[in-house]
Design a protein around this ligand. Structure first.
Ligand code: C2E
Ligand code: MG
Ligand code: MG
Ligand code: MG
Length: 283
C-alpha cells in the first residue's frame, strides 16, 4: 500500500513501522525486567456462591505496577508476554505468589489462575504446577486452572492428557469465557471440565432482552446437565444476580461483589467478614 502512494509516503510508513517496532522491543525489555523484579503482582477478585453471596474463592488477575505509568491492566501486557514467550515465566511467578498469599487465608478459600493457550502446550505444565504447590504447601484441591478454548484447538489429545493429569492431582479445570470460542459444544463433548464460566458479554445482557436471557438460561442448564458447576462473570447489578441465582447458576463474580484488589485489601475484607457478628458476605 505504501508503494502505491509514492516513495515519500512509503518512507513515512516505513519509519512509522520502525518506531512501532522499537517501542515494542522497548516494552518487551521492560516487561522482562518487570517480571524479574516482581512488578507483576497478583490482584484478587472475589468469587461468591449464589444466592448466598458467600465468598468461596478468588480469581488471580495480573497487574503490572509500573513505576511511571501506574497500574496496568492485563490487556496492556499479557498479549506481549504471549508473543514473546514471557508468559510462562510471568504466570508461574504469579501462581507462586498467589499460593503464598492464599496460605494467609481460610483453608476453604480457592484460588483460580488463568493459563494462556501457549502455556497449555507446555509438556511440563503439570509438573511445574505440582512443583509450585509442593514448594508453597498449597493443597491441590484449593487450586483451579482457567483455560479458554484457544488452548484446545491445537491438539485435542494433548489437551486431554494435560487436563486429566491436572485433575488427577486434584486441581480443577474451568472453561473460561464460555460462549466466545469457535466450537464450545464440541469441546464440552470431547473434554471433561469441572466448571464453566459464562463470559461477561453474555451476563451483562441478560436484563436487556428475553432472547438473551433464554440463551444464558440454556447455558446454565447445559452445564448442570453435564455435571459441571457454573460461574457467571461480570455481575454488576442486583437484578442480574437475582435472575442468575433463580436459574440455578452456582457462583458469581463481578463488580457487584468486588473488583480485583491487591492482597492487602483482600486480607482486610477477610478479617472484616470473619468477625462473628457479621455473616460472611462480600457485598
Ligand atoms: P478473564 O479471565 O475473563 O477475567 C475476568 C475479567 O473481567 C477481568 O479483567 C476482571 O477485572 C473483569 N471483570 C470482572 N468483573 C467485572 C464486572 O463486573 N464488570 C466488568 N466490566 N469487568 C469485570 P482483567 O483483570 O482486565 O483481565 C482481563 C483478561 O486478561 C482476563 O479475562 C484473562 O483472560 C487475562 N488475564 C488476566 N490475568 C492473567 C494471567 O495471569 N495470565 C493469563 N494468561 N491471562 C490473564
Ligand atoms: Mg479467567
Ligand atoms: Mg473469564
Ligand atoms: Mg471473560
Amino acid at each position: 500500500q505504501g508503494k502505491k502512494d509514492g516513495r515519500g509516503t512509503f518512507r513515512v510508513f516505513k519509519s512509522a513501522m520502525d518506531v512501532e517496532l522499537r517501542a515494542r522491543a522497548q516494552l518487551e525489555g521492560a516487561l522482562r525486567a518487570a517480571i524479574q523484579s516482581g512488578e507483576i503482582e497478583p490482584f484478587y477478585q472475589p468469587v461468591v456462591s449464589l444466592p448466598g453471596r458467600e465468598l468461596i474463592g478468588v480469581e488471580v488477575l495480573a497487574r503490572w505496577r509500573h513505576p511511571e505509568r501506574g497500574l496496568l491492566a492485563p490487556a496492556q501486557f499479557i498479549p506481549i508476554a504471549e508473543e514473546t514467550g514471557l508468559i510462562a515465566d510471568l504466570s508461574y511467578r504469579l501462581l507462586r505468589q498467589a499460593c503464598l498469599d492464599a496460605r494467609d487465608w481460610p483453608a476453604h478459600l480457592q484460588i483460580a489462575v488463568n493459563i494462556a493457550p501457549q502455556q497449555f502446550q507446555d509438556a511440563w505444565l503439570c509438573e511445574r504446577i505440582l512443583a509450585i504447590l509442593t514448594e508453597t504447601g498449597l493443597p491441590p484441591h484449593r487450586l483451579e486452572v482457567e483455560i479458554t478454548e484457544t488452548a484446545l484447538v491445537q491438539d485435542l489429545e494433548a489437551a486431554r492428557t494435560t487436563l486429566t493429569s491436572l485433575q488427577n492431582l486434584g486441581v480443577r479445570i474451568a472453561l473460561d469465557d464460555f460462549g466466545t470460542g469457535y466450537s464450545s459444544l464440541y469441546h464440552l463433548r470431547e473434554l471433561k471440565f469441572d466448571k464453566l464460566k459464562i463470559d461477561r458479554r453474555y451476563v451483562d445482557t441478560i436484563t436487556m432482552s428475553d432472547e438473551r436471557a433464554k440463551l444464558v438460561d440454556a447455558i446454565i442448564k447445559l452445564s448442570a446437565s453435564l455435571g459441571l458447576v457454573t460461574t457467571a462473570e461480570g455481575i454488576e447489578s442486583d437484578a442480574s444476580l437475582d435472575w442468575l441465582a433463580g436459574q440455578g447458576c452456582d457462583f458469581g463474580q463481578g463488580y457487584l461483589f468486588g473488583a480485583p484488589m491487591p492482597k492487602g485489601e483482600m486480607d482486610f475484607l477477610l478479617t472484616r467478614s470473619s468477625e462473628p457478628a457479621e455473616p460472611r458476605k462480600v457485598a
